[in-house]
Design a protein. Sequence first.
Length: 669
Amino acid sequence: MIEKIAQRYAVDLAPGQTIRSGDFVTIRPEHVLTHDNTGAVISKFKSIGAAQFKNPRQPVFALDHDVQNKTEKNLQKYANIEAFAGENKVDFYPAGRGIGHQVMVEEGYAFPGTLTVASDSHSNMYGGIGALGTPIVRTDAAAIWATGQTWWQVPPVVKVELLNKLAPGVTGKDVIITLCAAFNKDQVLNTAIEFTGEGVKSLGVEDRLAIANMTTEWGALAGVFPIDEVTQDYYKKRIQVLDRTRFTNKNLAKVPAGQVFVHPRVNEARVGKFLEDNCAPDAGAVYSKHLTLDLSTVSPFISGPNSVKVAQSVQDLEGVKINKAYLVSCVNSRASDLRQAADVVRGKKIADGVEFYVAAASSEVQADVESTGDWKALMDAGAIALPAGCGPCVGLGTGLLQDGEIGISATNRNFKGRMGSPKALAYLASPAVVAASAIAGQIVSPTANSGAVPVPAISLVDLAASQGSSKSEEAEAKTAEETIANFPAQMSGELLFCHADNLNTDGIYPGKYTYQDDIGPETMRKVVMENYDTQFASIVKPSDILIGGFNFGTGSSREQAATALLSAGVKLLIAGSFSETFKRNSINNGLLLMESPELVRDLVKERGTTRLTDRTGWKATVSLASGKVQVSRVGMEDKIYRVGGLGRSIQELWVAGGLEGWVKERIRQ
């Protein structure tokens, strides 16, 4: 299914060419979302020299991250984005309309069978309605504005089969928390996931959206559910809602009185088309892995603290005191989530000393739960209302965790320091568990516990090992040795080792700086890696070759994680493996990346992990095109490591100064 959707949106293919996993393709996505980072994308767009949008119907702007910020500076930033949208006839959604990903689904920009991207890592969420949603980065967004296109590598595809159905009181959030913890060894890193099996039919669209959303935290680039009867029923109801409310984009013409409203994207004709298309995997489709989860064995689980890869049952954590609780974000602030929480708190009061923050995913969701009395139940219990938006989920606005505090949240990330102080602890849970814990003042189950906690029934079959390579070793070597003019043959330097696995973008470039668009390279150099090691900026030298652990750069899609390292003088980064989004940001900005699990393991073995940032004394000479890394180690023989060489496409981007320069060249042509 992933390959079929990619085929639809790939351009410049050779006659008869069929898209397969691993292929680099040029794509023209249906739509591209930018949010508060639109301001930064505008700067890139202008710096490229683009005179106009290739297709003004393709982009969508939605302000959602820093919506509580009423400073003159932020309000002016928002006004500038709105004015830019108006000048270019781009669809615009102001602060308060809702979280961009929710708006993309509600307004039909993300739609079954389409490829829709966003410069935000949680665009995976669109997979809940059978769309291929995948993240791009800011430079990609500017490239799409200017040319309608960007590049994408079709990832390996993993089949995740869901068996049976969930027990009462268990939610989609519990499913994805279970999957993240049960398969926590990068089994799905940088893959696309197709959810299949009889269990899928028992999951409503809002549970599917939650699961697809957090495939990001699981390490995947997309998580796509089938287009089935559940999808069809959702859109039939959606059309009815739109007919009643006439929700329109302010850039669309108002509907005259008495005229039947037909939404430009969510309508009978378009729904009929996706049913006719029947976009589904072929019988016998080949996958890289096959995972299974028996839904009947899933129970309410909690991630953390400060990690999505560790989870325990509610019973195991009962009694842990909390200071703050959160029901916000794009993963779990839809109507069903708010109703679950309202059912728990109705007629009760939030515990003394606990702050419970609640925000709807969109203005439409809030209007819905207000009409049913569920919003009032939450407010009567003492919840603190926040505007529809991201807010504390991304470490912005009211209610952030302070030093020593413990929070439980229905958000999608609990990385250290993301929701406030790095000295706080954050747990993730379903809306009902969060609400019950806010009432009790400690982590508790919303229902009486009975019996032993079931052990999730899972299995994994790795199918990739037996598939082999499509290229001969000789052909691979020949390709690897090719270089273009002005690309360096070698780089040399001392290895600077940051051993941590799963080092996330908050650790590399803290969230509190992300939406300060006026921060320059000199300031970035001073704060780079601040949430990982406060001493890093004083240790790193421009000639160093930085070595990271496994899944380096996981987390959000912030481009500054790459540019901050560049500002510190890092030109080449070698790790055991990379987050694909971080890889994309790096390639787009001219930061060269290579993967060497063997080198990382040798460093851990010989140097240990007691120092967060270790000046190893090991010197390396890296032949970039051939992928040969020769390391000289004090008191030991030299060792050669073989890594993937940097091919022509990467070299072209580097020589052009990154994707921005590459686009400039094509605009001039």
